[in-house]
Design a protein around this ligand. Sequence first.
Ligand code: PA5
Length: 519
Amino acid sequence: MKISFERWSSQLCVVPSIGMTIDASRMGEIPALEWTPAFDAMAALEAGAIANPDENRQVGHYWLRAPELAPTPEQREAIEGALRQVKAFATHVHSGRIAAPAGGKFTDVLVVGIGGSALGPQLAARALGTACDDKMVLHFLDNTDPDGFDVVLDRLRARLPYTLVLVISKSGGTKETRNGMLEVKRAMEDSHVPFAAHAVAITGEGSALDKLAVSEQWLARFPMWDWVGGRTSELSAVGLLPAALQGIDIDAFLDGARDADVATRVRDPLKNPAARLAACWHAAGRGRGEKDMVVLPYKDRLELFSRYLQQLVMESLGKEHDLAGKQVHQGLAVYGNKGSTDQHAYVQQLRDGVQNFFVTFIEVLRDRHKPPFEVEPGVTAGDYLFGFLEGTRRALFEAGRPSLTITLDDVSPRTLGALIAVFERAVGLYASLVGINAYHQPGVEAGKKAAGDVLALQAKVVEHLAMHAGMHDVDSIARGAGSDDRELVFKICDHLAANGRLQRELQSSGEPWRARFSK
Ligand code: PA5
């Protein structure tokens, strides 16, 4: 199946102001949609409407790159003040005016955060970092995995005296982040490094983290506001401070996002790149998320983009109810990594297997910053990368598998800012088209509560065993802990025993669930 040159060129959405083209020629038929309500809702959002009724808050990430659009002078000053603070802090750290207590400049930055407080900074660090030119080296703790903490902290051990610790949490109460912070603090204390003099908080005013930073006199505090959502916070201090410390041009990052916002306010859905994306998603999955989106950037620097999008898209669109309260189970599944690497992995299935997806290819025109090198006469490695992308996209189309292609001039602070902003707006527009709230995350909150319930039961199990000497089976421990969830009681005991915190005695049957436990 071939596409004529005329058909191909008629399906391009070209946006020179942000160095981006969206090619929807291989998506099949894209039905016309009623855009006015979606554009109106977006305009109201930018004007400061309460767009998140559950949480009674505004959604103001667009103001971060255009503070003059913020509805109040206080919000405008807060954004501009935070930006000034980020720049001044990074400049002073780089110059050594803010120095490590051990003497000398800080060399490393350890970011502790999760979800929206980690994915954007990780994406920007990977996409824009350069081994030789970065001003500081970034590291991340984005989980509550003790072994994961050990791997990063062991690697950093000798440089802990020169490591700045950014603890990022909008709510200031996220347990994974609290745990990471406590582990870093302990590692620093073990190395006689004064944690507070290395620690920086980025959080909401008055949060538990904010209060801790004040009471322990941390090196600095940066604001987060309730009107910026976690997954759209990359252009706030959450993303700008780590980027500025790394040496990334944050003005260009903000400019790219600001110019993309201008381009995505256009009310013509064929000329607006965010509307074009939202229309493709709607067409592919019939407005019900029936097809997964496979994100395939042919560029190593963008390999974290699909992880970043997983949160932005799936946490925003994966909702049980629509705005009218009807059960709809909406969503749009996202996965991916990078090409051509994935051609040696799952692209086989995309080409020949189950047809439950559409692909978003990302092509980057500029191959590298250094001069070209020919791996064969007249051919560079970048020519191969281009050839693999074009070949795969054509092969998929010929096999009846839809794809769209986003072409970027290069990977730079400007284009990354634009890419993020275009997808933020696409998510908001798509949510309006399918009638859901993109700006809350009840499932995330439920997950946080569920972990609390498990740990509360663990405390009762341990208390019961501490008060009743000897070995006990799961039935009696569950009764003693006041729970009828024997499976969970077993799993708690098994985990504690595997870590030497309970004794375990297996029975002759060898069936693990019949084991007996003691303190
Ligand atoms: O997008 C969101 O709101 C969440 O995924 C948060 O980013 C995540 O739970 C981390 O929350 P916090 O920044 O409050 O620690």
